[in-house]
Design a protein around this ligand. Structure first.
Ligand SMILES: Cc1cc2nc3c(=O)[nH]c(=O)nc-3n(C[C@H](O)[C@H](O)[C@H](O)COP(=O)(O)OP(=O)(O)OC[C@H]3O[C@@H](n4cnc5c(N)ncnc54)[C@H](O)[C@@H]3O)c2cc1C
Length: 392
């Protein structure tokens, strides 16, 4: 009979392997040494330095899932999942995670997936090096949840397109060199006739109208853009003309998974912060963690964090196996984003007056988390998708 010796070591949660764990440790060291100490300064400055892109490029973090031939690390989506979770857990602010994450998680994947070899060389290779900053431009002042309602129009001309319109709420929008832009290419309504064009910052008529002031994510830039007769060459069409809705839908699953992973990392961090504080802060002659009211709050937080993690890792595992995961991703995104706001709120409460002060960073965690139920598809839209998935 084989006796299995219990070494006391916990197995890695699927789908992660030892290799992912090594990446996790090196990301943790990097974030703690090179990002976390500067977060407050960057929040004040309303952006993190552009050099952070090149630094992350140098270290290979911007190309974890891309082939080595393009300058990537030859990994897969799971490596990027570790990146998203670890940025949140190790103390990058929501703004830093959003800026870097928009580049790696939502703007460069469509270039890789739908781009030609020539587009890979022109746009993806410098993006992986961190030399060109990328953003994804779908939302417009008049169309957010209703993606099919976008109005930015690309008129076909000899050799390409002429683009007129505007975009808003675009993460990295102010300093992006490359904007993966959703445009209409037919007058047909609905989901028909959406295409993607790569707009480049130096194109005449491309203008950054404003840098938007926000409730949280202060260290990320969020831009409003306008396009007036921007001439875009045909070689900047990404994927098929009028095939853009497919691109949007393909991108959404990964974006929502990344948001769920970010919330999982953030909640784990908040749980640890709450436990430490409950042990150290005293009231009425004892640590506040010895009051049942506080202990029970922390117990509830641990459950929310664990449920979000279980839903998210399950969706990630299925996504990685190439299975249709709309239902699981939607559940993970919906649950984790709202849970993260609730957890951050409770952790402020556990900190009392100090929770309301900037010193402990929990008020920032709350402000940053509040975007979760809005961005990447609102809670209401998630429930609609889920309802349809359940046959209603
Ligand atoms: C900080 C930040 C960063 C962002 N970054 C990007 C980015 O990089 N790129 C990008 O393209 N976009 C980005 N967005 C946009 C984001 O994806 C949209 O804000 C989001 O999709 C919601 O769209 P909306 O703001 O137009 O709200 P609306 O669609 O106007 O919704 C308003 C309200 O109505 C509800 N509602 C709408 N339709 C329905 C319905 N059918 N059933 C029930 N309720 C409904 C919504 O749930 C919401 O509560 C960002 C937004 C923010 C705030």
């Amino acid at each position: 009979m084989t006796v299995i010796k219990d070494t006391g070591q916990r197995a890695l949660p699927p789908p992660f392997t030892e290799e992912h764990e090594e990446l996790r440790q090196s990301l943790r060291r990097f974030v703690r040494a090179e990002i976390a100490p500067h977060v407050e300064e960057w929040e004040e400055a309303r952006e993190f330095p552009r050099e952070l892109f090149t630094r992350c490029g140098e270290l290979g973090f911007l190309g974890l899932k891309y082939p080595e031939a393009l300058g990537g690390q030859g990994g897969d989506y799971l490596h990027d999942a570790v990146w998203a979770e670890e940025l949140a857990f190790s103390g990058a602010s929501g703004g830093v995670a959003a800026g870097l994450g928009a580049h790696t998680g939502i703007a460069t994947p469509p270039i890789f997936k739908f781009g030609t070899p020539e587009q890979h060389q022109r746009f993806l290779v410098p993006a992986i090096r961190g030399e060109k900053i990328c953003a994804l431009g779908i939302t417009e002042p008049g169309a957010g949840s209703d993606v099919a309602g976008i109005r930015t129009f690309a008129r076909t001309v000899d050799g390409g397109y002429v683009v007129n319109g505007s975009k808003t709420f675009i993460t990295n929008g102010v300093r992006a060199d490359i904007l993966i832009t959703a445009v209409k290419t037919t007058e047909q309504g609905g989901h028909h006739g959406i295409s993607f064009l790569v707009l480049e910052r130096e194109m005449p008529g491309y203008e950054v109208v404003s840098k938007l002031e926000k409730m949280g994510w202060h260290s990320s830039d969020t831009g409003e853009l306008s396009f007036a007769d921007v001439e875009v060459p045909a070689e900047n069409l990404l994927g098929e003309e009028n095939g853009g809705f497919h691109l949007i839908m393909a991108n959404f699953q990964w974006e929502r998974l990344l948001m769920a992973l970010g919330a999982v990392g953030a909640m784990q961090r908040l749980l640890e912060v709450a436990i430490d504080y409950a042990k150290e802060r005293e009231a009425f002659g004892r640590p506040i963690g010895r009051f049942q009211a506080i202990r029970h709050k922390i117990a509830e937080i641990s459950i929310k964090a664990e449920v979000a993690k279980a839903l998210t890792y399950n969706a990630l595992r299925l996504f990685h196996d190439g299975i249709d995961v709309v239902k699981e991703v939607t559940q993970a995104k919906l649950y984790s984003q709202r849970a993260c706001v609730e957890v951050a709120d409770e952790v402020i409460q556990i900190h009392g007056g100090y929770g309301y002060m900037r010193e402990y960073g929990v008020e920032r965690a709350y402000r940053d988390a509040r975007l979760g139920p809005i961005g990447g598809g609102t809670d209401e839209i998630m429930r609609e998708i889920l309802g349809k998935q359940l046959g209603l």
